[in-house]
Design a binder for this molecule. Structure first.
Ligand code: A1D88
Length: 688
């Protein structure tokens, strides 16, 4: 304890100070000791380590709750009779911020991030955050933070009234000085609970309506909005009870379970077998991307966005210029949309350069090949890269289907070669499949994973096979989507079934966006025939870029309009094939599209192409917009029950005559044993 009667209590639960039971118990005892000690005039609540707190210990959710609960601790602080000041640094998240909101004041180090990310875990702040934050910063500002889950900086927090001071230097000391001054001056430090929540009824109503509109099937944002509204109407205790009830309902629900599963799955995916623990990947000071097409340009943007100088190389000067222009236009659009400021755009543009000479890759630490999907071409390019790249450069292909080992074999350094498979649009989609070739070294994998983090991606290491994980699984969906059309379903009906499920776009709208010729070329390579899709391409209907695909698009518009000509074309093709026509409901459409992907996922798992079922869920959420609150296809299948999955697959195999729909051996075995894809087979003695 400091000489001036201020006791400093330090939360210390590495690595991120979650408010786990032992920490809560220790804090409860320490607070009570301070309360009972007449020498203590005030308390500073600080944290050891790199952050104040990441919030509640989510591994305790779903288990019996052990007191003292967070709510009890906050009540203790509020009734202790001595002022408590929170000293905040690093991240102050979820329950960690709620604890601070219960204190008499908050002092933050510069750069601290404060947020209530619970909505991203499918819950709401259940430790009083929805009731106290509006009382401190106003209901509209509180709703913005709570419903978005996005943190604010200490500096913004000071402006909002969320913290009372931002202090340089040693943080607990600064908080002690703040408290000592307040005590010396007799300055009151009013608790949030003793205030009312300022708000403008009209703008709050508009903000709540906006949250509802954006929720798209998710329960948590609606509950967040409701709880903040209650904070403006109810006394604190009643509001806290209502908040707790909403929290309990959400935390036990499927959506939160799915989102928490993904949180841990993303972290698990970073633990890669074959990467030595003590490896420190060298820095990436410069990158080169070969190929100035849509993917190449998007990948180059990723580097520049991360502050890494990047050279785009394309032998065709006109194509190079088009590629560079496209990058500039994308950034410009972000500026116009208010997502990027002008100075930052200029900084990024300055990091991007172009060349028509492959030799320009010489100084790059990472070279990403993103040329046309043609093995002979890629092998030639890799031989050239090998000749020109500096020793130790990481050599990557952005291929979405082709064999990494064959590319690596074109070089004298196959250990340095891997796949870095970005998803379109590369500057937006979060997933980075890191394809491990048979010679890829542990260091190269470590560099790939680290690079993914640097570029703000979610990296997942996968094995080398046709289509890797994401495209191999969605390939199965494509076949069924085509088949549904032949049976009489319309593109808009199929797409609607998937957007109702939570996808941002259905498979046909996505096809139109990507370009139907791209899919056709991939099918040609695999020798696959999709009569409807092929007929569209033959008629020059290549998707949005030609104004016509599965849908039609008015000049300059991206809005997909159902097209009677497509319905007629499908009917013609179906008649030619002699496929009987019938109606499909949305539930069947969803099963027909999702179950084949699950089946392929099971094969992928069995082959070891994905290390864990949870990796597949991470891949799906970040590659193709699978709704995060549904957790991914593996969790979805486990939720359905593998016996049902097996039976439905067998049913569709019989219905369509498609043998690939026969349940994969892994599904059959797990279903028989009462196991799950994520949990495996129950061990002896465990109940199914
Ligand atoms: C009523 C109250 C409700 C709540 O408070 S709900 C929880 C709300 N809080 C959150 O959602 C924050 C979740 N955590 C994060 O966003 C990130 O983490 C951080 C920004 C705090 C730190 O990120 P980084 O530095 O990259 O570390 P890392 O690898 O994400 O985490 C280190 C280890 O800490 C575990 N962890 C982090 N937060 C929690 C948590 N809230 N509950 C349980 N575990 C957590 C991770 O899983 C991982 O563990 P491993 O090293 O074993 O992979």
């Amino acid at each position: 304890m400091a000489a001036d009667g201020i006791a400093v209590l330090t939360l210390d639960n590495p690595p991120v100070n979650t408010l786990a039971t032992p920490l809560r118990t220790a804090l409860d005892s320490a607070l009570r000791r301070c309360g009972a000690d007449p020498a203590v005039r005030g308390i500073v609540l600080a944290s050891a380590g790199r952050m104040f707190s990441a919030g509640a210990e989510m591994r305790e959710f779903g288990k019996p709750r052990i007191p003292p609960l967070l709510r009890d601790l906050i009540e203790l602080i509020e009734t202790l009779g001595k002022p408590v000041v929170a000293a905040l640094h690093g991240r102050v998240l979820g329950g960690g911020l709620e604890l601070a909101l219960g204190c008499h004041a908050r002092v933050a180090a510069p750069g601290t991030l404060l947020g209530l990310p619970e909505v991203k875990r499918g819950i709401l702040p259940g430790g009083g955050g929805t009731q106290r934050l509006p009382r401190l910063v106003g209901a509209e500002a509180a709703l913005r933070m709570i419903a978005s889950g996005e943190p604010v900086t200490a500096e913004a927090a000071l402006e909002m009234g969320l913290v009372e001071a931002v202090a340089d230097g040693d943080l607990p000391d600064a908080a002690c000085r703040f408290l000592a001054t307040a005590l010396a001056e007799g300055r009151p430090l009013p608790l949030a609970r003793d205030r009312s929540a300022p708000h403008d009824p009209q703008s709050l109503a508009a903000a709540i309506a906006e949250v509802r509109k954006r929720a798209r099937g998710q329960a948590a944002p609606l509950a967040c909005a409701e709880a903040v509204r209650l904070a403006t109407e109810l006394p604190l205790e009643e509001g806290l009870d209502r908040e707790r009830a909403l929290f309990q309902e959400l935390v036990q629900g499927e959506q939160s379970r799915a989102l928490r599963h993904l949180f841990f799955a993303e972290r698990e995916a970073q633990k890669v077998a074959g990467i030595p623990a003590d490896i420190a990947p060298p820095p990436v000071r410069r990158a080169a991307v070969i190929g100035a097409g849509t993917m190449g340009g998007g990948i180059a943007m990723c580097f520049a966005n991360a502050g890494i100088p990047v050279t785009v190389i394309d032998m065709d000067a006109a194509a190079l210029q088009r590629g560079l222009d496209r990058c500039a236009q994308n950034w410009q659009r972000s500026v116009q949309g208010g997502r990027l400021d002008q100075a930052e755009m200029e900084r990024r543009r300055a990091l991007l350069s172009g060349s028509t000479d492959l030799a320009a890759l010489a100084g790059a630490d990472v070279v990403v090949e993103a040329v046309f999907e043609d093995m002979a071409l890629k092998q030639r390019i890799f031989a050239e890269i090998d000749r020109l790249a500096g020793a130790g450069a990481l050599l990557a292909s952005n291929t979405s289907t082709l064999d990494i080992d064959r590319m690596a074999a074109a070089t004298a350094r196959p250990g340095d070669v891997l796949g870095l498979h970005f998803f379109s649009p590369a500057n937006v989609m979060k997933l980075l499949e890191i394809v491990r070739g048979k010679a890829t070294s542990g260091l190269s994998l470590a560099r790939g994973v680290a690079l993914g983090g640097l570029l703000g991606k979610v990296p997942v290491v996968v094995g080398n096979c046709d289509g890797f994980v994401a495209n191999r699984m969605t390939g199965r969906r494509g076949a069924q989507a085509e088949r549904l059309l032949q049976e009489g379903a319309l593109p808009q009906q199929v797409d609607a079934a998937m957007t109702e499920f939570g996808y941002p776009m259905g498979p046909f709208a996505v096809g139109d966006l990507a370009g139907l010729d791209i899919g056709a070329a991939a099918r040609r390579r695999r020798g696959a025939v999709f009569p409807v899709a092929d007929a569209l391409v033959a008629e020059g209907r290549l998707g949005q870029k030609t104004g016509r695909g599965y849908y039609r698009y008015a000049e300059g518009s991206r809005k997909a309009e159902p097209d009677p000509e497509v319905a007629a074309l499908i009917a013609r093709v179906a008649a030619g094939l002699g496929v009987p026509q019938r109606r499909h409901d949305a539930a069947e459409i969803r099963e027909r599209l999702i179950l084949p992907m699950v089946n392929e996922g099971a094969r992928i798992l069995e082959e070891g192409i994905a290390a864990r079922a949870s990796d597949i869920d991470v891949i799906f959420v970040h590659a193709f917009g699978w709704p995060a609150w549904r957790g991914g296809p593996m969790l979805w299948a486990d939720g359905l029950g593998l016996a049902t999955v097996r039976d439905r697959l067998a049913h569709y195999a019989a219905l369509t005559g498609d043998e690939t729909l026969q349940p994969a051996p892994l599904i059959q075995r797990l279903a028989a044993a009462g196991g799950s894809l994520l949990g495996g087979a129950p061990r002896a003695g465990e109940s199914a």
